[in-house]
Design a binder for this molecule. Sequence first.
Ligand code: AMP
Length: 437
Amino acid sequence: MSFNNLGLSEPLLRAIKEQGYTEPTPVQKQAIPVILSGKDILAGAQTGTGKTAGFTLPMLQLLSEHKKAGKKQKVSVLILTPTRELAAQVAESVEVYGKYLPFKSTVIFGGVKINPQIVALRKGVDIIIATPGRLLDHVGQKTVDLSGVDFLILDEADRMLDMGFINDIRKILAILPKERQNLLFSATFSNEIKKLTDTLLKSPALIEVARRNTSSEQVTQVVYSVDRERKRELLSKLISEGEWKQILVFTRTKHGANRLSEQLTKDGIHSAAIHGNKSQNARTKALAQFKQGEVRVLVATDIAARGIDIDQLPHVVNYELPNVPEDYVHRIGRTGRAGSNGEAISLVCVDELELLANIEKLIKKEIHRRVIKGFEPDPSIKPEPIQKKKGQQQRGRGRSHQQPKRGTKTSVLGPSGGDNTSRPRKPRANSSSGRGR
Ligand code: AMP
């Protein structure tokens, strides 16, 4: 099947062609006709599947049909994303695919000055791509009019809920017109997501590319069993001997990320760490160097890594398994992106066997285990309890959306605004000036 058979208009097909896409991805094949038919959809598609074009293309097509029908110049489309980096990436896709159409879009997120956003909104836009917190600030200040929105997209809905946005989402839903088409994209399906979809979606078409709660098919997954004290040594060996070039490594803590990055650099493997304690400039720089191949290893915490969009990232390493199994799916979604293969490697010590079992239960697959000669685990080592981050048990409750540092720049490169897993949300009253939002 080619893009020509999907019912998209010439200006969209031209933009697609310019991107060099020859064939729609599975999520695009499934989602585009259904969205064009006007139905709500619930799509289980993770990052890297081509989901952004999967909703942007039909949205633009419908918008052009509506505009022809003479609809008023109000905001028609609202796309909500969990992080500002994702918002910026989606906005970029809207620009790219909508290049030959006359629609205006703008991106709204916190951590940057609110005034330029107000100016852009005042000029009139058709499409808003926003993170929930800052959008609500605009609603509060009456600088945005959502009364014409008849198309809503929730992208990475599971992350939005994980980050404590449910109340913000509900507030936004309450002010949107009732008659509208809704699309919800999520990599995983928790009970919270099901609750949200029950209230949000009207007899949605279900679209599942990767099976529910399974990890991307294009990713080869392997577990290396190793003692906790020897992980760094094993990682250095794997990188050097495998001649791996671009490796994203996940650690559980910011401190762990720093330490590992320093140790790898001492081993002669150029590394950088990104996490919420680093300045936005430092993070943007590290990510740019990583993309350009100047930094070989990027060590990141889960939240800092959100929104990193690097095509064909060949290696993702779980230096430590995440406490929350869904994070494993998100982590390895960084590799094996549209059409390319990737490898997800987990270094697992005796402390993490329960975490591994939970992950395998979630993805409904046993991950192949390997032991490297010279790194055989010592059977006399007993498991130690894994230190949970403060607030880990409270995951998803009372947690703020990204609150990037003040004065940071808008950047599609920048990793997420902060590792605020344990930081409570500031009361809205304190932030209505737009500070840090
Ligand atoms: P997404 O899952 O939306 O983050 O997309 C992942 C990557 O796939 C992006 O870099 C897109 O540019 C790329 N992509 C989207 N659709 C296609 C396609 N049909 N063929 C090739 N690449 C694509």
